[in-house]
Write a protein that binds this ligand. Sequence first.
Ligand SMILES: Nc1ncnc2c1ncn2[C@@H]1O[C@H](COP(=O)(O)OP(=O)(O)OP(=O)(O)O)[C@@H](O)[C@H]1O
Length: 233
Amino acid sequence: MLPTMTAITVTDLSKSFGAVRAVDQVSFTVEPGTVTAFLGPNGAGKTTTLRMILGLVTPTSGTALIGRTPYNRLANPITKVGAVLEATAFHPGLSARAHLEVLRTAAGLDPARVNLVLEQVDLTQAADRRIGGFSLGMRQRLAIASALLGDPEVLILDEPSNGLDPRGISWLRGFLRAHAHEGRAVLVSTHVLAEIERIANRALIISAGRLVRQAQLTPDSTDLEHLYMEATS
Ligand SMILES: Nc1ncnc2c1ncn2[C@@H]1O[C@H](COP(=O)(O)OP(=O)(O)OP(=O)(O)O)[C@@H](O)[C@H]1O
């Protein structure tokens, strides 16, 4: 287990875009050592919530804390929180290794981290190729490698299995489970219920901006699809 444990605490978080109430009074915690699935229909407010936790969207009201600190006030955020968001932009002319090296240098991390995360996401063979030539799955692996670079205690992933092949999805599942077993907190937004059901300890279901269900999950007894359909009907 890690020496310092960090959780995510979201309290009465709301965000309006003009007349659209994208997130409405949402409160939840993500405990260390767990995988929490963040589920909900298209447009329910998942990405907006994750972006508020990461300080990329300013809440209309409410708070989102990493441990006891808002993301934007963390001393060296890359070492606390790793994030994979939708449609990550990379410089197409850089190699995967160069991209990671830029991040590593900016954050003052150990040079050995680059090879380590490349290995973790199985991109070592492609490390010196231009990102412009990468497939969607390879970009997704690079986004995950970037999130892992600072060896963070909290992982926030928006649709991380997007573009991954079956081997990649299986790897991701094992990886997220292992990450939580080490005492880290994992919050993962997904539409692939069958995938997340096998590894999540907890589900948060959001619909039309409101948190409509929180449930503990057990691998054998929970029918996540049923829970989801019921909560979002
Ligand atoms: N920058 C923005 N400006 C205006 N409206 C926005 C903005 N970002 C999100 N919204 C709106 O907020 C609502 C929630 O969107 P959000 O992207 O958080 O949903 P989501 O649950 O992540 O959806 P999906 O599963 O389709 O990715 C939607 O109605 C969306 O149109």
